[in-house]
Design a protein around this ligand. Sequence first.
Ligand SMILES: Cc1cc2nc3c(=O)[nH]c(=O)nc-3n(C[C@H](O)[C@H](O)[C@H](O)COP(=O)(O)OP(=O)(O)OC[C@H]3O[C@@H](n4cnc5c(N)ncnc54)[C@H](O)[C@@H]3O)c2cc1C
Length: 375
Amino acid sequence: MHSPSIAILGAGLSGLYAATLLSQRGQHDVVLLEARAGPGGRILSVPARADGSDLPHDRVDLGPSWFWPHSQPQLDALIAALGLARFAQPEDGDMRVERSLREGVLTVRGYANWPPSMRLAGGMAALTDALLARLPPGCLHTDRAVRALRCNDKGIEVEAVDAAGRLHHWQVNQVLLALPPRLAAQRIAFEPGLPPTLLRQWLATPTWMAPHAKYVAVYPTPFWREQGLSGEARSALGPLGEIHDASTPGGSAALFGFVGVPARTRQALAPDALRAACREQLARLFGPQAAQPLSDYLQDWAQEPCTATPADFDSAGQHAVAPPSRAGEGPWRERLIGIGSEWSRQFPGYVAGAVEAAGEGVGLATGTGGRPASP
Ligand SMILES: Cc1cc2nc3c(=O)[nH]c(=O)nc-3n(C[C@H](O)[C@H](O)[C@H](O)COP(=O)(O)OP(=O)(O)OC[C@H]3O[C@@H](n4cnc5c(N)ncnc54)[C@H](O)[C@@H]3O)c2cc1C
């Protein structure tokens, strides 16, 4: 059995950031365990063109796209320290609206958000890629789904299972839970059990965006701009409820939308039928060119067992109030800390929340508290 001093469960943004902070503070005996085949979690940027004919960093986001530097200074500072290029969400032009079949599609004056929502060149995964490049060698273990944590007199035994069903064990002093609280409470067996009130609070915390699905269509040119349109649309008819421009400067032109069909209904639909309905809707809103993307993607987060649980299917998608990140008493108090985004007090569920919660958790785990330094 390996004996690092800290195990971080989950290699999404919070886990990757915590691991780089610990390494920066000289704590190298850390293991980062990820259930999926690769890191990133809800941050998922994929090549814009499915045939691979694009520039290496021409990517579209199937998870988060935006951040708001003016109100999220810690995330802003991290992005700046990592040297990542940013740009404002394109919003110039009119907007398309469809409220009913009878009324048809309307063009209304668009509006620009101020301050603008910002995006990263290369997609939001530019952030997780940069952190990944700073991890100590051998720290990250993918295909390790943690299923049990056993508190014993030496610390905590961590038990993970890989895709082939093989078990892996680590003995550690502390565990940082870098995954949503509801997922941790539901998928991991704690021995002894967590305090019942804490367990209830974690189970009751919705995972932000877990019930959602995102559709992205990539085109040779942003043809909607020639018609004076911004690429923004709102629709009461669906399947997409809210549509935005997903183009990247110097890269591909693209539109994306959040699917308005509820998670349980989507479960019964064939993904190809839903994609076809999305293409049809984009053609209705932006003209026939929109029916023929170079490539298109449908990412249903509710169907991802490493993000969503059945309880998330019926969630309204609201931001939760952060639950306590650790037990108030008992054997888990000094050994287990929640650091996923939903534990953030200021930005629960957001990208900025993952950075805030991880920074605070590392401060608690190392007894250094305060604001963490940037990598
Ligand atoms: C469609 C969508 C759009 C979004 N848009 C925005 C946006 O525009 N702006 C914004 O600020 N936020 C947005 N978000 C939210 C943002 O993505 C999250 O706040 C952030 O990525 C959370 O990071 P995290 O590390 O806390 O959790 P996650 O990214 O969920 O990472 C948790 C990790 O734990 C792993 N894991 C799960 N179970 C286990 C286990 N048993 N053992 C080991 N590993 C495990 C998972 O595979 C995952 O890699 C969006 C999310 C989605 C899905």
